[in-house]
Design a protein around this ligand. Structure first.
Ligand code: BES
Ligand code: MN
Ligand code: ZN
Length: 482
């Protein structure tokens, strides 16, 4: 879908369908055919109630009037939701070129929300559908965003973000027998090829072992499928600010290993690479936006499954930083992978760390699909990450770190255990485990297990959500002082 901004009036654009938002207590700003749209509102067929839709024909075009609710309650997220509702209706009526007439005096992020909602809602995963009907190209080919003032920057930024988010969703939706760790590595190499200031390296089992990443390697020893340590750098010449490391968990399938998961929901564990997928999508967008920042991305990717040499509960492994870890539950594998990825990022000079992972079922219970959990060892860095969450609409709820929780991940036979015997506060145990590898580098840990897929939002109802892409880009943008 092409996306562009214009200062032309919607009637003068080549659009066949125009979307107009209506706030409570407001009139139609620019009417056509001598008041056709206001008449629809006066008749009660169109309503300002949030998400209410009405369709009419006037001035040779189709018009979709959508309620935007109370102006004061309006947010970029509401823009995404309204745009997704309009997208669904425009699809039903076969729209090819859609023009969104923006309400007056929006903020740039609210304006961008209309673009994001449309592009995100248009995402479909059809790679494995063989029937033509499912595979046919979508009818919507262009989105034009009309406003009195130029919205080129906001509209382009939003399109870049939403496309990167959709790229992450596609990685998430691909099954584990297709999206192997090395296939994820291919994505990173392609990204580096496409962007001048991005470099990528993909290392396999031998290098992971050679680097002394004993925790990561222990997870990977349970599969014959090659694991991948994916390292990217984005450093344009004008880059400024600290070296920010984005560290992602990319377990392409998590069976639980010998501490095996129940069968009923195991198929969803193809999504256990969501954190790593978000990191790659974010790097794509950061490079496309040419943000003047220094980014290091580390994605640890492997399956967690059971061949004859799989790690066993009780095994003791040595992580890259020298700490020994008792693997008391092979299903607490994400922290083993991330532990060594955090050490690797620090060894490469990371000055700020943010890791993103589908780490625990406990965070799903606690926060559902509304907030991701966040932990941090540094107030200033927490503030930056939290602000990025608020700006992007990918909201975070802080959970505590505390020496009393940290005590719980001390091992009986080794320095640490990857899983205390009882599951009390287990999202916090996971965070305290990672804390030991982040050390005193400013670090934030995002547990996205509840927000990674099946959001139930109109712009992403089922499947991968791409959560984290917009947040990480907003974080990078703030580091650039933009
Ligand atoms: N990938 C899972 C976490 C998960 C669970 C994500 C449900 C999304 C939905 C992770 O590797 C895991 O299995 N965590 C365990 C940790 C426990 C053994 C300490 C969990 O949450 O049960
Ligand atoms: Mn697990
Ligand atoms: Zn997992």
């Amino acid at each position: 879908m092409l996306v562009r901004a214009t200062v032309e009036a919607p009637v003068d654009t080549p659009a066949d369908t125009v979307a107009v938002g209506i706030f409570e207590g407001k009139r139609i700003p620019h009417d056509v055919d001598g008041g056709a749209l206001q008449a629809l509102l006066d008749a009660g067929e169109a309503k300002p109630a949030f998400k209410h839709l009405a369709v009419t024909h006037a001035a040779g075009k189709r018009w979709i009037l959508v309620g935007l609710g109370d102006r004061d309650a309006f947010t970029a997220e509401r823009a995404r939701v309204a745009a997704a509702a309009v997208h669904a209706r425009s699809k039903e009526i076969g729209t090819a070129v859609l023009c969104w007439e923006l309400p007056h005096r929006l903020g740039d992020d609210e304006a961008g929300g209309f673009v994001e909602g449309t592009v995100l809602a248009s995402y479909r995963f059809t790679a494995f559908k063989t029937d033509d009907a499912a595979r046919t190209a979508p009818t919507l080919t262009e989105l034009i965003v009309s406003d009195h003032e130029s919205r080129v920057v906001a509209v382009d930024r939003a399109a870049v973000l939403a496309r990167a988010q959709n790229a992450t969703r596609e990685l998430q939706d691909r099954p584990a027998n297709d999206l192997t760790p090395m296939a994820l590595g291919e994505f990173a190499l392609t990204l580096a090829d496409a962007h001048e200031h991005v470099t990528a390296s993909v290392e396999g089992r031998a290098e992971i072992v050679a680097r002394g990443m004993g925790a990561f390697a222990a997870v990977a020893q349970g599969t014959d499928v090659e694991p991948a340590l994916i390292t990217l750098r984005y450093e344009p010449p004008e880059a400024r600010g600290p070296l920010v490391a984005l560290v992602g968990k990319a377990v392409t399938h998590d069976t639980g290993g010998l501490s095996i998961k129940p069968a009923g929901s195991m198929h969803r564990m193809k999504f256990d690479m969501s954190g790593g997928g978000a990191v790659l999508g974010a790097v794509q967008a950061i490079a496309q936006l040419a943000l003047p920042v220094r980014i290091l991305a580390v994605v640890g990717s492997t399956e967690n499954t059971i061949n004859g040499s799989a790690m066993k509960p009780g095994d003791i492994v040595t992580a890259m930083n020298g700490l020994t870890v008792e693997v008391d539950n092979t299903d607490a594998e994400g922290r083993l992978v991330l532990a060594d990825c955090l050490t690797h990022a620090r060894a490469l000079g990371a000055e700020r760390l943010v890791d993103i992972a589908t780490l625990t079922g406990g965070v799903v219970t606690a926060l559902g699909s509304t907030y991701a959990g966040v932990f941090a060892n540094d107030e200033e860095w927490f503030g930056a990450v939290d602000a990025a969450g608020a700006r992007s609409g990918e909201r975070l709820w802080r959970l505590p770190l505390d020496p009393e929780y940290a005590d719980r991940v001390k091992g009986r036979y080794a320095d640490l255990t990857n899983s205390p015997e009882d599951k009390k506060a287990h999202p916090i145990s996971g965070a305290e485990f990672l804390h030991r590898f982040a050390g005193d580098t400013p670090w934030a840990h995002l547990d996205i297990a509840g927000v990674g897929w099946d959001l139930g939002k109109p712009w992403a109802a089922k499947g991968g959500s791409g959560f984290g892409v917009r947040l990480l880009v907003a974080l990078a943008q703030a580091q650039a002082g933009a």
